[in-house]
Design a protein around this ligand. Structure first.
Ligand code: SF4
Length: 322
């Protein structure tokens, strides 16, 4: 059976504000799942709390809307319980880099085979537009009484230093590129992070669609000069493989830092890093627990005729990693 994009949509009423960048991201996720022909019953989307964390309600797969900042531990548990499941974690920059920052780092250390999609708009939209961890120092969006006096986090650099092995940046209004990035992130054998610039037209009146599109600055031809540009694959190679030499790795990391810190007039998008040299957490678990691969928790029979046939302690004892 072939799946079409309608198979990934639900009839749940969507209450995002008109013009919100979240819509483009939602479309891109649904289109990438369709492109990959992933059975909706083999996909789970986890979220934390925030506007973007409503996403699982709008995607016709399994969905788990969890607690503020806790999307990654839940997604980790879901993937380890059923390694055959495609697991997406979604949420905002406030959710993932504020209260969830510890989990962001801890999950990076695992290199689990899941994809974390961050809707990055610089504000806490659901709670009326307070400054989030990615709002730049000195910026004053319309719901702030004074300019922001706290330094911003660079999510791309935090992802690299935490151990994420696929790091990309997309833009909510470039759905074609975003669809391809999400697919690449899902296909990457390890932990993927996709930072998506997502205008919030209701509360962030600085990093708007017009600003990203360069409407405030015109070239000699009178046309807008967009700030967001795509990395040129002929000039930028993000891949680190077993064949990459140490010297090349140093050069690639330096190039990554140069692109990850580029902001203002020029904002790069695309895959910034893909490292294929690291084992995944699942592979390391299987090394310690050979039975886990054949018989992960999701495949265990836990009841028969409405009666429990397996004690949770038995499963936990079997999964204890020395
Ligand atoms: Fe989107 Fe901002 Fe509205 Fe939230 S508050 S739905 S992020 S436009």
């Amino acid at each position: 059976m072939a799946f079409n994009v309608a198979d990934y949509k639900t009839s749940v009423h969507n209450n995002w504000c008109p013009g919100c960048g979240d819509f483009g991201i939602l479309n891109a996720i649904q289109m990438s799942l369709m492109d990959m022909q992933l059975d909706p019953e083999r996909v789970t989307v986890f979220s934390g709390v925030g506007c973007s964390s409503k996403t699982p309600h709008y995607i016709n797969t399994y969905g788990v809307h969890t607690l503020h900042g806790r999307v990654l531990p839940f997604a980790t548990g879901g993937k380890l319980a059923n390694p055959e499941m495609t697991v997406l974690a979604v949420g905002g920059d406030g959710d993932g880099l504020g209260i969830g920052a510890g989990h962001f780092v801890a999950t990076g250390r695992l290199n689990l085979d899941i994809t974390y999609i961050m809707f990055n708009n610089g504000v806490y939209g659901l709670t009326k537009g307070q400054a989030s961890p990615t709002l730049h120092l000195g910026q004053q969006t319309k719901s702030l009484p004074n300019p922001n006096i706290i330094h911003e986090i660079n999510p791309l650099i935090l992802a690299l230093s935490s151990g994420y092995t696929f790091i990309a940046r997309g833009y909510a209004y470039d759905v074609a590129q975003l669809k391809a990035l999400i697919r690449q992130g899902i296909e990457h054998p390890g932990l993927s992070f996709i930072d998506i610039l997502q205008p919030c037209p209701t509360y962030n009146n600085i990093n708007t669609r017009d600003w990203f599109g360069g409407a405030d600055r015109k070239g000699e031809d009178g046309k807008a000069m967009p700030r967001v540009y795509k990395l040129d694959p002929n000039l930028y190679d993000p891949l680190i493989s077993a064949e990459t030499t140490d010297e090349e790795i140093h050069q690639k990391i330096a190039a990554f830092f140069a692109k990850a810190t580029e902001w203002g007039d020029q904002i790069p998008s695309g895959v910034l890093l893909q490292n294929l040299t690291q084992s995944t957490y699942e592979e390391r678990v299987i090394e310690s627990l050979p039975k886990y691969k054949k018989n992960p928790p999701a495949k265990r029979q836990i009841e028969s005729d409405n009666k429990p046939v397996l004690k949770i302690n038995t499963i936990l004892d079997e999964l204890r990693v020395a």
